[in-house]
Design a protein around this ligand. Structure first.
Ligand code: FMN
Length: 233
């Protein structure tokens, strides 16, 4: 299906040099070890150094985000790159208010003490201290409402991975979007464009260890639910 009328597709309109598809002989797939290094080590960063991240780097990361799949190739993602310290502080204030006003109580006992400490730190200013906040929005005017989130969050995942690949920290946060119209008003979002996530970008203040995840056999089943998918020996 064609993309939305009047929209420029691909990297041409991004301000970032066109991305060349990797050329390989038909039918061959070369292993890309770096991809797995990136995916298997990406973590949620909530403590940032004040060092800047330049526009070219942000554009490179967002170009990766725009190459995510979306229903009908509708590309309903919209990225507001927030650098203005006043706006970042306002988003931080909204986030802290939501956290202290109920979300913190809701999460108490649900999160491990270590994760609670990290999320608490992030919600009380850690996230807003990043030099760049990317407010990821969904444009409900260009796709069906039920698939809006499903067409935006793959782009967010690309964004997180691209940032990590370039040595930057980031986190997918959704707490600030609970502010809804207040957040939209701060950013002059038009009707139909809704904030879905806030992703801080910056240099991590402290190194994070490897991600802790449940074993694959708990998450993957062979043929039918209940038979763990274990690679054949
Ligand atoms: C849908 C979603 C919403 C999230 N919202 C928040 C949030 O509001 N605040 C926050 O600090 N982290 C948030 N996170 C980040 C998770 O806490 C994080 O991905 C998870 O703990 C794994 O972290 P790790 O990759 O560092 O192990 C969110 C993640 C997802 C997928």
């Amino acid at each position: 299906m064609p993309g939305p009328a009047g929209r420029r597709c691909g990297a041409q309109g991004s301000g970032w040099p066109a991305v060349r598809p990797i050329q390989r002989p038909a039918g061959t797939i070369a292993p890309v070890a770096e991809f797995f290094d990136v995916v298997l080590s990406q973590r949620a960063t909530r403590r940032f150094r004040p060092d800047e991240v330049d526009d070219a780097t942000v554009a490179k990361i967002l170009t990766a985000a725009t190459h995510a799949p979306s229903a009908e190739n509708s590309q309903p993602f919209v990225f507001i790159v927030v650098r203005d310290p006043v706006l970042r502080a306002a988003i931080g204030t909204l986030t802290a208010r939501l956290w202290e006003g109920g979300a913190r109580a809701l999460e108490t006992g649900r999160l491990s003490p270590a994760l609670m400490d990290e999320v608490d730190r992030g919600a009380r200013g850690g996230v807003a201290a990043a030099p760049v906040l990317v407010v990821v929005c969904g444009d409900g005017r260009v796709t069906f409402a039920p698939t809006l989130g499903a067409s935006v969050f793959p782009a967010v995942q690309n964004l997180l991975l691209a940032a990590h690949a370039l040595g930057l920290g980031s986190t997918l946060t959704t707490l600030p979007v609970l502010a809804g119209p207040e957040l939209s008003a701060l950013l002059d979002l038009p009707d139909g464009v809704e904030p879905l996530a806030v992703v801080p970008l910056g240099h991590a203040a402290t190194p994070l260890g490897p991600p802790r995840r449940r074993p694959l056999a708990e998450k993957a089943h062979r043929d039918r639910y209940g038979v763990p998918f274990l690679p054949e020996q």
